[in-house]
Design a protein around this ligand. Sequence first.
Ligand code: UDX
Length: 440
Amino acid sequence: MRIAMIGTGYVGLVSGACFSEFGVHVTCVDKDAGKIERLHKGEIPIYEPGLDKLVEQNVKAGRLTFTTDLKAAVAEADCVFIAVGTPSRRGDGHADLSYVYAAAKEIAESLTGYTVVVTKSTVPVGTGRAVEKIIRETRPDAEFDVVSNPEFLREGSAINDFMRPDRVVIGARTDAAKEVMKQLYRPLYLIETPIVFTTVETSELIKYAANTFLAAKITFINEIADLCEKLGTDVHDVAKGIGLDGRIGKKFLHAGPGYGGSCFPKDTLALVRTAQEAGAPLRIIETVVDINDKRKRAMADKIIAACGGSVQGKTIAILGLTFKPNTDDMRDSPSLDIVPALIDAGATVKAYDPEGAHEAQKLLSGITYGNSTYEVMEGADALVLITEWNEFRALDFNKVKSLLKSPILVDLRNVYEPETMAKAGIHYTGVGRPSIAVKE
Ligand code: UDX
């Protein structure tokens, strides 16, 4: 079995490396010659725990190769995955499918023998059919099937999510295509992973429905957190109390600064547009999008309030800039709204992120980037935790107090306990948690 993986972005690279670990021959293709060159040297363009080792192992075993030659990779493949980007289209929020369609055309020109063409990228309902049409029109003689096989990988734990998924979703029309997909995922059958076979269109919708549901779940707990702040109740306990109900489930109930990343913001927006055009608007998701956008900006006000109502002339130390830990991804990170708002309000910002500084520098100017957790705190008027990297979970608060001008901590991820912070002499603000006065 041979796979050609078109696109060596996050999804393509992780999926390609994982399939090769399953024992399949994988050729990862990208137009970016520089990227392929770096991959040949063993350099991984993204930060994802465990990916470097997985790539190295499988390259050594001869199961994983990288190339810019799409034609050759597709010609010898039994299965071609389209894993190119589907960013939000400027202006209307729809997914931009130009890369998918361009890939489909190129693939069509190179097909030899029966080939299964799989859309791995997140694509709106109807894209599979459009891909099929493009291939058919380009190569009327080609023997192929189009399959939808969305990914549910989380950045930071993508390899585990691929190897031990909750489920695999496959939208396929023919038995031949189903058989190829079954063979590819054979190792998952051994660990009894549920495999959902359905139509291409339903599979496409499952991906969007899953992501928008999770975005709504996060938004729900974020609004409950706001209510907790008004009522003096604790969102942490509310999340626990409701999450133990099996129908609700405890995951994705961590209140925070709003969801970000490469998927939720763009997928919520794209499904909203699809639903509006289909005449069945998803009002709940429209509201989720609106609340989440406003929430990121509201976090700056929360920080300003914790600093006594003004940050004019003050220095704010920030821990974590990426949209979540264990990634260098800055896409739609809450920090992109929070930091500029603080600067606008007259603050000087010093920030540290274990892996994200390089990406952050492209998007956030006018701030100082520190090299370590404690370095940025020196002489700052307040400390703000935006991303819950492990190394921020066990701060030495004696040291923190000795470095900060005033012991203020705004913890946008609820990493710390309000009571412990009060005892440590820290003026603590969490998200949806009661404030406990420090005994002076
Ligand atoms: C998500 C989906 O989980 C994954 O299945 C899909 O394939 C891609 O999109 P990812 O964007 O990597 O994965 O991160 P995820 O862990 O889902 O977090 C998304 C955002 O929600 C982050 O900004 C995170 O901080 C936030 N979040 C998540 C919360 O604020 N609270 C939570 O309880 C969970």
